[in-house]
Design a protein around this ligand. Structure first.
Ligand code: NAP
Length: 254
């Protein structure tokens, strides 16, 4: 069976990606920083899909942890076909003028350093089969900015650049790398919003509707599998049109 590893996948987008690939017969490895939600997510995936599912506790800011988890995955699954670095520190409300060195470390160690070394480990496994696909979950913040997200923005912009660089450096090993520029995804952070607040949000986006995790997962499935066998070094935007709107979208009203 082909295998996929998704980081930070016990809920939201990561979990939806795990479901998509499990539903298509992939063996699935997922990670979380904590054991309990990991066990629950693994149990749910196993009971719904007849595939092998394993969970790994992983702190992306710990390089020895990263190495050890990838070694376990290679032992448990006998290889790796698709890797999706999805986990991220969203770095909200970090006003640049007050960012501390600790804030910088908290965001960059997970989003950039952690992702970099995960990709390196994934590539070491994939090169043995001469084939693999890495799909980074990036963000509209890699291209456009709002207040208080300078670290997150810098980390996602760097990931897009890293993705292009990997597409060149890993091509000789048969490994393709691409990213999803995601925006406006419905997550559990929406659970406390009223229907009126959700309608207000939707008015900001040309498409007028948020993406579900499954919408993002469909893009990851395209980039992760042979459906995209000649695609590498690209950015697939799934963002309800957020990026194309220069000013807050006004729905045609003047
Ligand atoms: N939601 C959006 O609208 C949106 C828009 C653009 C891009 N994205 C991107 O989509 C991906 C998934 O985001 P999501 O919104 O679905 O969110 P999420 O569930 O909040 O984040 C994914 C996972 O990342 C892990 N994580 C969070 N903070 C972390 C930290 N400090 N250190 C290590 N791991 C951490 C968490 O897993 P554990 O707690 O289980 O370890 C979390 O479940 C992210 O890369 C995000 O940047 C999201």
């Amino acid at each position: 069976m082909p295998g996929i590893f998704i980081t930070g996948a016990v809920k939201n987008t990561g979990y939806a990606i795990a479901e998509k690939f499990a539903s298509r017969g992939y063996d699935v490895a997922i990670s979380s920083r904590t054991q309990e939600p990991l066990e629950k997510a693994v149990g749910m995936l196993r009971s719904k899909y007849r595939v092998k599912v394993k969970g790994y506790v992983l702190d992306l800011s710990d390089l020895s942890d990263i190495k050890s988890v990838f070694e376990q995955i290679e032992r448990d699954f006998g290889g790796l076909d698709v890797f999706v670095p999805n986990a991220a520190n969203l770095g909200v409300n970090l006003d640049m003028m007050h960012v501390t060195e600790q804030d910088y470390t908290n965001v960059m160690d997970v989003n950039l350093k952690g992702t970099f070394f995960c990709c390196q480990q994934a590539a070491q496994i994939m090169r043995k089969k001469g084939k693999g696909s890495i799909v980074i979950i990036s963000s509209v913040h890699a291209k456009s900015c709002i207040w208080g997200r300078s670290l997150y923005t810098a980390s996602k912009g760097a990931l897009n650049a890293l993705m292009r660089s990997m597409a060149i450096e890993l091509a000789p090993y048969g490994i393709r790398t691409n990213c999803i520029i995601a925006g406006a995804i419905k997550t559990d952070r929406w659970d406390n919003l009223t229907p009126e607040q959700i309608e207000e949000k939707r008015k900001n986006w040309p498409v007028g509707l948020e993406s579900t995790g499954e919408d993002i997962a469909n893009g990851v499935y395209y980039l992760g599998t042979d459906l995209s066998k000649t695609v590498s070094g690209t950015e697939l935007t799934i963002d309800s049109g957020v990026l194309i709107s220069l000013l807050p979208y006004n729905g045609g009203r003047h």
